[in-house]
Design a binder for this molecule. Structure first.
Ligand SMILES: [Zn+2]
Length: 330
């Protein structure tokens, strides 16, 4: 008799532990997944979480990760300042339109690992253009500057883009346009995939990872799309006068081919502030601005950021307010 009571208690305790681990943390996410777009996802509650990462998995045989990154704690002010663990997931135009699953791995302060998975959802096509271009003999010689200087520049460039600082929440709103006036037009769009076929049968691919703004006089204003910290400002072999602005953890805007730079590395810029002038420096065929949106290894469509805030506060607030809050251990 005594033994069975102990056994029952043990069972209750064990199942309690399991329930605890399973039910405590929930993963929520914006369900509209599109090539070139972004997903807001979060885990709630956050107590006991030491760190967390995500993998955005294409559900083919290998469950190929098309994006990986880290999450960070974020306070939703309008939802009673509740803290969530937020994940900003970028979907490149290069991620095939297919079924995907978002997987989040939590490392808890007590050393346990918890893995949470989303539903399996379809990534919609962004209808980006594919082109095959037949090249002549002259096209065979590609850009081949392998100078030490160029390599050092590449190192600094990727070091800047590799920065992930959980406190770096400078501006999570929708982007403003980086150019003004009425004369400008897009000269090349984000997502265009061009395949070059050479006379010897070899092929190379080119993916346009940003938006090009042309039709502007050299020296015209190039403006910061949002508030942020300048993490790189230099003249580069490939991208000419270049500025990178950090807006949020792992999230940046990049400005290429300018005729000069008006901001200083390591300083803050405000949205609408001039960062440089329109130019044709680096590998550029004419004066234009190339603007890239970069999130933890993925280049996403700047149009997504012109149309959506980086962090969807109304969605977070509404969702959090609708959740029944249960205290841990109750
Ligand atoms: Zn471009």
């Amino acid at each position: 008799m005594k033994g069975s009571i102990v056994f029952m208690l043990l069972l209750t305790w064990l199942s309690g532990v399991q329930l605890h681990a399973k039910s405590d943390y929930r993963l929520y996410y914006t369900p509209s997944w599109r090539q070139g777009g972004m997903i807001n996802a979060f885990v709630y509650p956050t107590d006991g979480i030491e760190k967390a990462s995500f993998a955005f998995l294409q559900l083919n045989e290998k469950r190929t990760a098309r994006a990986r990154g880290q999450g960070f704690p974020y306070v939703v002010k309008k939802a009673k300042k509740r803290e969530i663990y937020l994940f900003l997931v970028g979907i490149s135009a290069l991620a095939p339109a297919d079924r995907y699953q978002l997987e989040v791995s939590l490392t808890l302060k007590d050393g346990r690992e918890v893995v949470l998975r989303s539903d399996e959802l379809e990534v919609e096509s962004g209808n980006y253009r594919h082109q095959t271009i037949q090249m002549g003999k002259q096209g065979q010689s590609a850009i081949s500057n392998q100078s030490a200087e160029r390599q050092a520049q590449a190192k600094r460039f990727y070091a800047a883009l590799g920065r992930f600082e959980p406190q770096a929440l400078y501006d999570v709103g929708r982007w403003d346009l980086p150019v003004t006036g009425k004369s400008w037009y897009y000269t090349s769009r984000y997502g265009a995939q061009r395949e070059f076929v050479y006379p010897d049968g070899s092929r190379s691919r080119d993916f346009h990872n940003g938006e090009d703004f042309g039709g502007l006089a050299v020296g015209s204003d190039v403006l910061a799309v949002a508030d942020g910290l300048v993490v790189l400002a230099e003249n580069r072999v490939v991208t000419g006068y270049t500025v990178i602005v950090m807006h949020a953890p792992g999230f940046f805007s990049l400005y290429y081919h300018m005729n000069g730079i008006d901001v200083v590395d390591g300083t803050m810029v405000r949205r609408g502030q001039r960062v440089g002038g329109i130019g044709a420096t680096g590998f550029a065929t004419g004066p234009h601005l190339h603007l890239t949106a970069y999130n933890q290894g993925q280049e996403v469509d700047p149009q997504w950021l012109f149309q959506h805030p980086l962090i969807n506060e109304p969605w977070l607030t509404t969702l959090l307010q609708s959740l029944k809050i249960s205290k841990r251990g109750s």
